[in-house]
Structures are given as structure tokens and as C-alpha cells.
Design a protein. Structure first.
Length: 167
């Protein structure tokens, strides 16, 4: 049996068991802490925020979510929806600049049957992609290798979000 060493994950494991209550909405919980770096929040708009995914599909995987708890796009008003997608567009631009990614997977899974891990608070995933970023590890070893620690990714992105402007 092969082991993957990922010591940075212990912070998340301990935080979940000691701070967050079972059943809390994580997309309501972290913004309410008002402690953005440990919460991995990169930006707060008037209606939406940008948070890093704690279980990224790729390095730089971020999400845009409304600050207000809402389970469906139809529940957002026009201002919330417009800001949401303006932020998504700016995130694409920032990720392209910081990580020189060659493409993106951008999308929403609305509802558990659609694959949503958090199916009660909508959010848009923005996953940077590079030519050749998929390899044999997920197929042969059922393992995904993320090439950068989340804290390092946060430090790389945060200066760009400090000067963030929604179009």
C-alpha cells in the first residue's frame, strides 16, 4: 500500500471537529467568522464572496458563493446574480495571470443528484486546468496529486484579490 503525505490537511481536520458544528452550512459559517485567511476567503463583495476549495480538484480551485444563504439561482435577485458572474469572470482573469493556466472548468452543481457536495447553498467552482494536468495517478492509484499546499496558493492569490474590482 502506498501512502500520500499531506501534513497541511491536519489543520482542516482539527478545525472541522473543534469549531464547526455538525450541520452548519460551510458557505455561511466561514464568512461569519470574519477571519478571512484561516477561512480561505479571498474576497468579499456586496453580495458574494470568493473562497478557496479546501478539497481542490486542482491547485487554485476557488468558488464564488452568495453571502446570503440560497439554494438555487432563481433565489438570487438580479444584483446578486450580476455580481456573482462578474466575480466569476474576474476570478478567471486572476487565475490565468497568477497560475498561467491554459483553461478552466467553471460550473455549478445544483442539488445532491447533480453532484453537489454542498447542495443547500449555491456556488460556482472555478478550476484552473493545464495541458497534461491529468495523468495516470487518478486512474491507476485512485489518487489525485495537488502540486501546491493550500496556504501557499492563498498567499499567491491574496494580493490580486486585495486590488480586486468587479466590472
Amino acid at each position: 500500500m502506498e501512502y500520500q503525505f499531506a501534513p497541511w490537511r491536519i489543520q482542516y481536520i482539527k478545525q472541522e471537529t473543534t469549531e464547526k458544528k455538525e450541520g452548519d452550512c460551510i458557505l455561511c459559517y466561514y464568512p461569519a467568522l470574519n477571519d478571512d485567511e484561516p477561512s480561505l476567503i479571498l474576497y468579499r463583495g456586496k453580495y458574494n464572496f470568493v473562497i478557496m476549495n479546501r478539497y481542490p480538484y486542482n491547485a487554485g480551485h476557488i468558488m464564488v458563493a452568495p453571502l446570503r444563504h440560497c439554494g438555487a439561482l432563481e433565489g438570487l435577485d438580479e444584483e446578486e446574480r450580476n455580481e456573482h458572474f462578474a466575480i466569476v469572470a474576474q476570478c478567471e482573469k486572476i487565475l490565468r495571470e497568477v497560475f498561467r493556466c491554459q483553461g478552466f472548468n467553471i460550473g455549478m452543481n445544483i442539488g445532491r443528484v447533480a453532484g453537489a457536495g454542498v447542495d443547500y447553498h449555491i456556488h460556482t467552482h472555478i478550476v484552473p486546468r493545464w495541458n497534461g494536468d491529468t495523468n495516470f495517478m487518478p486512474v491507476i492509484a485512485n489518487t489525485k496529486v495537488i502540486n501546491e499546499a493550500i496556504a501557499e496558493t492563498y498567499r499567491a492569490l491574496s494580493p490580486y484579490f486585495a486590488k480586486f474590482e468587479v466590472c
